[in-house]
Design a protein around this ligand. Structure first.
Ligand SMILES: Nc1nc2c(ncn2[C@@H]2O[C@H](COP(=O)(O)OP(=O)(O)OP(=O)(O)O)[C@@H](O)[C@H]2O)c(=O)[nH]1
Ligand SMILES: [Mg+2]
Length: 109
């Protein structure tokens, strides 16, 4: 898929889906670093939030983002906590996609 990310001119943002129950995996961190090195914007979608209680959700998200800011990243990326089962985060993601699309098209000139 690297060719897709490098060549897809219409790509405005990628979303990296991370199961919220899992601690940061090198393959995912390396992939996000690769996206950054190639100036490909992305956000993180934490999935399956219904599997954890609120405290554990916060712990996982904070821990994940801290791993990133302790590592290659100056700032934590845009991120969403979601559950497809409960539609958690759905409206926020759709609003964000609407926003980045309208930003993109308003800068087209
Ligand atoms: N509880 C729960 N189950 C989910 C959620 N999203 C997907 N699943 C379940 O996870 C299984 C795999 O579904 P996929 O659509 O492949 O979702 P995925 O995020 O790729 O999950 P994995 O394949 O398990 O990594 C199915 O049984 C789904 O019903 C979620 O938000 N909450
Ligand atoms: Mg799957």
């Amino acid at each position: 898929i690297t060719e897709y990310f490098l060549k897809r001119r219409q790509l405005i943002s990628a979303f990296v889906l991370i199961d919220i129950r899992h601690d940061p995996q090198p393959i995912d961190l390396q992939f996000m670093e690769w996206l950054g090195e190639n100036s490909i914007p992305f956000g993180i979608i934490f999935t399956k939030a219904d599997k954890l209680k609120p405290n554990a959700i916060n712990r996982q998200v904070e821990g994940y983002l801290k791993t990133m800011t302790d590592g290659a990243w100056e700032e934590a990326p845009v991120h969403f906590v979601t559950s497809s089962l409960k539609a958690t985060g759905r409206d926020e993601i759709l609003e964000y996609i609407g926003q980045i699309n309208s930003d993109f098209f308003s800068h087209q000139g």
